[in-house]
Design a protein around this ligand. Structure first.
Ligand SMILES: Cc1cc2nc3c(=O)[nH]c(=O)nc-3n(C[C@H](O)[C@H](O)[C@H](O)COP(=O)(O)O)c2cc1C
Length: 335
């Protein structure tokens, strides 16, 4: 059965995005080069890696770098993490210099270094703080504000209606939920039923606010199933996009034509790795790009024959020429 309505534009406050298949923020992965690839392969919308509002307020060079978008990101969200509204008030003027399409508030990061400062998923237990943070941004600029939450801190404190409600009453224009608790980290099954419940809850008072789902999206089929079974407005690919930017194209094809095309041969993978490496190298320099590309390359090669040996070689690769040698070898082995 055709289901064209599952792929559609979404409106986030004053902004309309042409599709509803997004790339999630992924610290350490969704750099400019990788986001460029995902956009090429059809990602409707992209996010910066999470950026510290405190770092921005202090004028940190690294924070500035994280807020720069690539040429093909006409629309782009900057995701901020912060412990309270006062920090975000100080950071906001600098954030606005980077002209984000949407400002996203991270309420889900479980990393101890972040949590112990009162940021990320710490905010889940303090909905009032979420309200104050969102209100400060909404009152401070015309950029739509979104929040990314989790189910709650742990199974005993599931409170997504409360945290989403706090964000909405402060003026949030979109809610994304990673359907796990903070305690689960990235393990265990995401609770998609909770996404359906959240959608119903949000629509009852804020029918125009889109709800996005995240968690266990590792294939085009999974995205379709999440959209169909939960009635949420859109999905965000996270780990499923690492080494697999093709997933956006695959998903759009599946949603629009009901045909599956998720096989990507070694030549296609090599071509994508080569482009991503060149893009990244132009941004951070060849040496660093080669080092940082290794984890992406390992993901591109996952499940392919000869990948173990290729990955061993790439651990040593420190120049584009080194990568090219491995690509050549792989290509020959696959002939
Ligand atoms: C390595 C890694 C980095 C992440 N970084 C961020 C981040 O900066 N901001 C954020 O909101 N979520 C972050 N997430 C969470 C993802 O956006 C996503 O919600 C989560 O991985 C669940 O989706 P999945 O099960 O399909 O991977 C990160 C996840 C991983 C695995």
């Amino acid at each position: 059965m055709r289901s064209p309505s599952l792929y559609h534009p979404v409106t986030i406050g004053s902004v309309t995005v042409e599709g509803n298949i997004f790339l999630a923020p992924l610290a350490g992965y969704t750099d400019r080069a990788f986001r460029t690839m995902c956009k090429w392969y059809g990602a409707s919308f992209t996010y910066s890696e999470m950026v510290s509002a405190e770092g921005i307020a202090r004028g940190g060079k690294n924070s500035d770098e994280l807020m720069v978008r690539s040429e093909n990101e006409e629309q782009f969200s900057i995701q901020l993490f912060m412990s309270d509204a006062e920090v975000v008030a100080r950071a906001l003027p600098r954030v606005l210099l980077f002209n984000p399409t949407v400002i996203d508030v991270n309420c889900g990061c479980p990393v101890p270094k972040v949590v112990k400062t009162g940021a990320g998923s710490s905010l889940l237990v303090e909905p009032k703080k979420i309200f104050n943070i969102v209100k400060t941004i909404v009152d401070g600029c015309d950029v739509p504000v979104s929040v990314k939450i989790r189910l709650g801190w742990d199974m005993q404190s599931i409170n997504y209606e409360e945290t989403a409600g706090a964000a909405l009453s402060a003026g949030a224009s979109m809610i994304t939920m990673h359907a796990r608790t903070k305690s689960m980290g990235y393990a265990g099954k995401a609770d998609w039923q909770a996404l359906a419940d959240l959608k119903r809850f949000v629509s009852s008072s804020y029918p125009s606010v889109p709800v996005f789902g995240s968690g266990d999206l590792f294939s085009a089929e999974a995205a379709k199933e999440m959209l169909e079974t939960t009635r949420i407005d859109g999905v965000m690919f996270a780990r499923g996009a690492i080494g697999n930017p093709f997933i956006f194209q695959d998903t759009i094809t599946l949603l629009e034509t009901n045909t599956t095309s998720s096989f990507h041969d070694i030549e296609e993978r090599i071509a994508a790795m080569r482009t991503q490496l060149e893009l990244h190298s132009a941004i951070v320099g060849e040496r660093l790009a080669c080092r940082q590309m290794r984890k992406h390359a390992a993901a591109y090669l996952k499940g392919m024959s000869h990948s173990t040996k290729a990955k061993q070689e790439l651990v040593q690769a420190s120049s584009i020429a080194d990568y090219e040698e491995v690509f050549k070898w792989l290509s020959e082995e696959h002939r």
